[in-house]
Design a protein around this ligand. Sequence first.
Ligand code: NAG
Length: 291
Amino acid sequence: PLIGELDEAHWPRKYPACEGNRQSPIDLQTKKVHYKPSMKALSLVGYEAQAGEFSMTNNGHTVQISLPSTMRMTAPDGTQYVAQQMHFHWGGAYSEISGSEHTIDGVRYVTEVHVVHYNSKYQSYDEAQTAPDGLAVLAALFEVRDYAENTYYSNFISHLKDIRYPGQSTVLSDLDLQDMLPENLHSYYSYWGSLTTPPCTENVHWFVLADTVKLSRTQVWKLQNSLLNHQNKTIHNDYRRTQPLNHRVVEANFKFLPNSELHFYLNNIDNNLEYLRRFIEQKKAKGKRPW
Ligand SMILES: *[C@@H]1O[C@H](CO)[C@@H](O)[C@H](O)[C@H]1NC(C)=O
């Protein structure tokens, strides 16, 4: 992706950290992940429904929502982080639907959300962003569920049309981040990396949730096609390619069972049941028996 006039390959010219050896995103290779059951669930405070005014901005690269400092995350090592903002990465170029930044065993997911936090021992994000232990990002990957609209995303997605042009902002009056995250918040991957956009600072403790958020195809399409960049082109594929792991270790607090095939079939069955359910409902609405 382009940041200003600079494409990804040329980031290091202006931002040397971008060619460091602890960069993000990475491919999470499940066979190489270190299982660490002692890593407790993240403690998330203030993530549930909040009334207030949360500004939502098209910054020319993504949609970003400002978060209140009452939202906190405590990492398994006890470090407390304060939420700053959340933003999304997606695909959409050449009708390619996948646009997550982290991949799992080489598979790119549809979308990825980053909830960016700073270490509470610093006074502000500005102060923390250059500190070696400054930042933490909670990330979640998205999958498409064809038939089911995720109503927890309806409000957010309906506001995208109000911020078509870069620099435009709108306000969300309610925000329930817990509902916008995957159902299972317990299982995650963790590693040390960087910001995925310049200045690529290598001070980010990453937490990538193992469970995914599900959106309908229409919702994903709206996310991919609502916003324009500074050249008035639709923002597509705003993800950075995966970076070498080098000597880093990725830890996970869950056992990766070799059941992905089973999972795949269960998902298919689930989708088919949902389709049948809707089919029957439609028939009922027309006053006919479905058989
Ligand atoms: C983008 O489109 C808007 C609205 O049509 C226009 O005002 C603006 O000048 C355009 N910007 C560029 C860079 O073309």
